[in-house]
Design a binder for this molecule. Structure first.
Ligand code: ATP
Length: 372
């Protein structure tokens, strides 16, 4: 079993709290993503799991073993944690062949030669490197080099893989391909994997679950669907999704409308009930809706003037081929919609837009916490 558990983990550099009280349970065989903006503390968290950094406070378990607890003076060094790491810069040995690069961790551990040979060939087969075993790193493409680095990590069959933005040096096309390969490989091996990225698409496509971090604090842990459909707060809602969720200040009226000033939308009965319970009737809240839930009325199933519809000015149209990203203005309110390619909108003209009221989010004004 190789669960990884972080209990109330802190990392403080001098006065600076880089990681604040993180609690995280990573299940055996799970692909867990640590996602957040630059400087949020995700690499520091990974380095503490690896044993490259000691937590200032808190406990870290790998499997059943306590590997770090400063209070008890426990600190297991990286080499005894049964983990393998893959970094952004994949640092292969330039003078060694692909074969020797992959074999290296096994040689270090004095694995018998015949077993090394078998395992290197197995891993090479898995990663499509069989034809390249005699080449040197400089004779490989970026993607091939990254695969060799992965090979070197998986050849040992560790309990846990730790990966820090391993695909970020690859070009966009190769990154998409490697994303799928890495995911497939992880499924096949069933090894618990903790993967750091700031790229929300990478997180959404690869992770079994995503831990969203901001300013050293864990914001939400959930499946890609959960963090996308039910974000815990405005940070998560705004960080995941492209273009990002629209946020607008609204008043919740006694009659159950979200009042934008220039227009109103009728809330659904169960939404009103939740707002009532939260004591938010008559209050100002943050209204959130994703661009794909704002429709060109022409393509909408249900449109009820005055309830879920508004007339908007089209400010900018970004034609992405398969769809159009449309920047809209209703009175003083600006928002973005994702319309189908066939939508006839043009800049400077007006269009009726429809809000999918089932898909809206409401957040508390002060804390940014989701009400629903
Ligand atoms: P990035 O994606 O840019 O690598 P990150 O989320 O991985 O960002 P960390 O590398 O974990 O961020 O850094 C978190 C914060 O801790 C940053 O503000 C960083 O400057 C700070 N930090 C990291 N290591 C140290 C250190 N050794 N001494 C002081 N501050 C540090």
């Amino acid at each position: 079993m190789a669960e990884v558990r972080l209990e109330n983990v802190w990392k403080i550099f001098g006065e600076f709290e880089a990681v604040k009280d993180i609690n995280l349970d990573i299940k055996d065989g799970e692909f867990m993503i640590l996602l957040g903006p630059s400087g949020c503390g995700k690499t520091t968290t990974l380095r503490m799991i690896a044993g490259l950094e000691e937590p200032s406070k808190g406990k870290i378990y790998i499997g059943d073993k306590l590997v770090a607890d400063p209070e008890k003076g426990v600190f297991v060094p990286p080499k005894d944690r049964d983990i393998a790491m893959v970094f952004q810069s994949y640092a292969l040995y330039p003078h060694m062949t692909v074969y020797d690069n992959i074999a290296f961790p096994l040689k270090l551990r004095k694995v018998p030669k015949s077993e090394i040979d078998q395992r290197v060939r197995e891993v090479a087969e898995m990663l499509g490197l069989s034809e390249l075993l005699n080449r040197k790193p400089r004779e490989l493409s970026g993607g091939q080099r990254q695969r060799v680095a992965l090979g070197r990590a998986i050849v040992r069959r560790p309990q846990v893989f730790l990966m820090d933005e391993p695909l970020s040096n690859l070009d966009a096309k190769l990154r998409v391909k490697m994303r799928a390969e890495l995911k497939r490989l992880q499924r096949q091996l069933g090894v618990t994997t903790i993967y750091v990225t700031h790229d929300q698409v990478e997180a959404m496509t690869m992770g079994d679950r995503i831990a969203v971090i901001n300013q050293g604090q864990l914001q939400q842990v959930g499946t890609p669907e959960e963090v996308y459909d039910r974000p815990a707060n405005t940070f998560v809602a705004g960080f995941i999704g492209s273009p990002p969720m629209n946020f607008m200040s609204v008043n919740i009226t006694e009659e159950g409308f979200a009042d934008f000033g220039d227009f109103k939308l009728k809330l659904l009965p169960d939404q009103v009930e939740v707002l009532e319970e939260a004591g938010l009737i008559g209050k100002e809240v943050i209204f959130g809706i994703r661009p794909e839930d704002v429709y060109d009325a022409f393509f909408a199933q249900v449109k009820i003037p005055g309830e879920n519809m508004a007339r908007a000015l089209v400010e900018i149209v970004e034609n992405l081929g398969g769809e159009k990203v449309v920047h809209l203005k209703v009175g003083d309110v600006t928002l973005v919609g994702k319309f189908p390619a066939e939508s006839k909108v043009s800049e400077g003209e007006e269009v009726d837009i429809v809000f999918d009221m089932k898909k809206i989010h409401i957040f508390e004004k002060r804390s940014g916490k989701a009400v629903f």
